[in-house]
Design a protein around this ligand. Structure first.
Ligand SMILES: NC(=O)c1ccc[n+]([C@@H]2O[C@H](COP(=O)([O-])OP(=O)(O)OC[C@H]3O[C@@H](n4cnc5c(N)ncnc54)[C@H](O)[C@@H]3O)[C@@H](O)[C@H]2O)c1
Length: 247
């Protein structure tokens, strides 16, 4: 039996594009999300495919355990896990409360840890995990004190998991998207923020969720069989860039 893939945050944006791509690649896919309306829309969009749709909050260990058990019952042992569930926060350090900081860490970092453990406990012959970090976890971007710290944590957590499970047929990698056109970014980026981002991206455009999904599908696949603990930027050159404007 083919191993299943779980996509958290799979009802929107990058996660939804990943679910579509993995279905095209032949994976049985479990779409997990906390947003019931988005989940219903995803189910409608992907109906007839080899996919199941489960409501779960990644910060709730019982919820996650129950849904991962259901994935194994309905689709088989887990061979792929993509942690795309996340929340964004664009506030200066002065405006960021400790409560908000904890909330962002809880979803983006602890949530990815909880699902990684749940996947490891229910893995098939092999498991590839791809976590979503961000260019804001690798560079200091204004307003990203909580979000950036959570994503820097995701990168390091990925590396420790890659190390501790590397000899057990498990690979753990990250993708670090730049600005990708998703509902999250539509909510977060004002016209001024868009102008600033575009001025820093050599490819001079936002990325599409499908472009991130392609990188994730590669990292999940046997094509990436010796790639472990790596962070792959999908950012149009944002991290590489220095002076951009001609002058
Ligand atoms: N869009 C970008 O430009 C960008 C850039 C870098 C990194 N990322 C990361 O990529 C991932 C996906 O982002 P997106 O732009 O597709 O966002 P999105 O808001 O479109 O999708 C995120 C999904 O996660 C779900 N979610 C949030 N909290 C959850 C929880 N506690 N439990 C379960 N599901 C939960 C939401 O309901 C939503 O469906 C996030 O981790 C984000 O930080 C996005």
């Amino acid at each position: 039996m083919k191993q299943s893939a779980v996509v958290t945050g799979g009802a929107s944006g990058i996660g939804l594009a990943v679910a579509e791509r993995l279905l095209d690649d032949g994976w049985p896919v479990a779409v997990l999300d906390a947003d019931l309306e988005a989940l219903a829309r995803a189910e409608e969009a992907l109906s007839g495919e080899n996919a199941i749709f489960l409501a779960a909050d990644v910060t709730d260990e019982d919820d996650v355990a129950e849904s991962f058990d259901e994935v194994v019952d309905r689709l088989g042992l887990i061979g792929g896990l993509v942690n795309s569930a996340g929340i964004a926060c664009n506030l200066s350090a002065e405006e960021t409360s400790a409560e908000r900081f904890r909330e962002v860490l809880d979803v983006n970092l602890v949530g990815s840890f909880i699902t990684a453990k749940a996947g490891l406990e229910r893995m098939g012959a092999s498991l590839s995990i791809v976590n979503l970090t961000s260019v804001s976890g690798l560079r200091a971007n204004r307003g990203r004190v909580a979000y950036g710290a959570s994503k820097a944590g995701v990168k390091l957590m990925t590396e420790v998991l890659a190390l501790e499970f590397g000899n057990r047929a498990v690979r753990v990698n990250c993708v670090a998207p730049g600005a990708i056109q998703t509902p999250m970014i539509t909510r977060l980026h004002t016209p001024e923020a868009r102008r600033q981002w575009l001025g820093r991206v050599p490819q001079a455009r936002y990325g599409e969720p499908e472009e991130v999904a392609a990188a994730i599908a590669f990292l999940l696949s046997p094509e990436a069989s010796y790639i472990n603990g790596h962070t792959l930027a999908v950012d149009g050159g944002f991290l590489a860039a220095g002076l951009i404007e001609e002058g």
